[in-house]
Design a protein. Structure first.
Length: 330
């Protein structure tokens, strides 16, 4: 039981993305500042770094959209041949020196620059579900991870919380079998949240996106991890880029009425129809182009709309707090 709970702690720590709830949690209204402060309690203060997904590598690329999706959305994204992209791959958690050999969530954030100058962000994790159904539940769970006076997390307290909050359990199940990715070039990413496309007639189509690596998914077995140095993810990505084309197929799953719009802890059924959104190809690896970017997933082009998923909705203010602290060296 202790081993399973330790694994669940990892999923929370490595998949933390800034969230904030405008609702009451334990009779106290939580703000973006509260959440960022809690992140810093869990990972320590890391001045100048992102408060979640602190360790990462930047890349540049080109995105070639599938123009046939203009039947679903009026976005200018589907009216152009290709657009430049800035991509950040990352390791979950707030520690910029986190051990890449540990299994758990990896992140991929994409910013597309459209011909008009508008930006369209796509953000996701290698986890197919989020760690809780809403910010309140997630915040409560994070509080159980604060170490006691002895410097240790009370695993009994964590276990009790998980047992009484079912929405935290799908992520725990994923973590129990998660393995360490070989490279960001061999990792699949999931958008987790529901969005809508709007066509010229005012019709809405809901979807969730996911990204498949064209080089295939590849993981490292536990026995081989000991031979790797911390920092291998960027090393493997750089070596692969020098020798082969690194690209990803971005697809969208089309939801049905009964599929949840607001609960990112629930995966949609695997048999939902899919459409290819486009192809993302890397043109360089490394550099500092990502440093000035806030990859807020609610920054999307006209013709798209965010759902009322409370986790998605609460990202913007918390991302802003983290962004401001990072740029000011806090």
């Amino acid at each position: 039981m202790d081993n399973e709970m330790n694994k669940f702690v990892k999923i929370a720590l490595v998949s933390l993305l800034p969230l904030v709830s405008s609702q009451t949690v334990v009779a106290q209204e939580k703000t973006a500042v509260d959440m960022i402060n809690l992140f810093e309690k869990l990972a320590g203060k890391q001045p100048g770094f992102r408060k979640a997904h602190a360790r990462g590598v930047c890349a540049s690329g080109e995105f070639m959209p599938n123009k046939s999706l203009s039947n679903y959305s009026t976005s200018e994204l589907f009216k152009t041949d290709k657009v430049p992209a800035t991509i950040r791959f990352s390791l979950g958690g707030g520690n910029p020196m986190a051990d890449e050999r540990a299994p758990g969530a990896r992140g991929m954030a994409i910013q597309l620059k459209l011909p008009s100058g508008a930006m369209h962000n796509i953000v996701g994790n290698s986890t197919p579900v989020f760690a809780a159904k809403d910010p309140d539940t997630f915040f409560g769970f994070l509080e159980t991870l604060i170490p006691g006076e002895d410097g240790k997390v009370d695993m009994r307290k964590v276990g009790q919380y998980v047992a009484t909050h079912p929405s935290t359990q799908p992520a725990a199940a994923w973590q129990r079998t998660a393995k360490t990715p070989y490279s960001y070039a061999n990792t699949e990413f999931f958008g987790l949240h529901t969005f809508f496309m709007n066509d010229s007639n005012g019709n809405e189509t809901k979807f969730r996106w996911h990204t498949t690596p064209d080089l295939g998914v590849k993981v490292i077995e536990k026995e081989a991890l000991a031979t790797l140095e911390n920092g291998f993810l960027e090393k493997h990505l750089t070596e692969q880029f020098a020798n082969e084309t690194i690209s990803y197929t971005i697809s969208i799953s089309l939801g049905r009425k009964e599929d949840t719009n607001i609960d990112p802890s629930q995966a949609w059924p695997a048999d939902r129809p899919t459409e290819v959104m486009g192809k993302l190809t890397l043109t360089s690896v490394g550099g500092k182009a990502c440093d000035s970017i806030n990859f807020d997933p609610n920054v999307i082009s006209a013709g798209f709309k965010s759902s009322d998923d409370p986790v998605l909705r609460m990202r913007s203010p918390a991302y802003a707090v983290s962004f401001g602290k990072r740029l000011s060296g806090q």
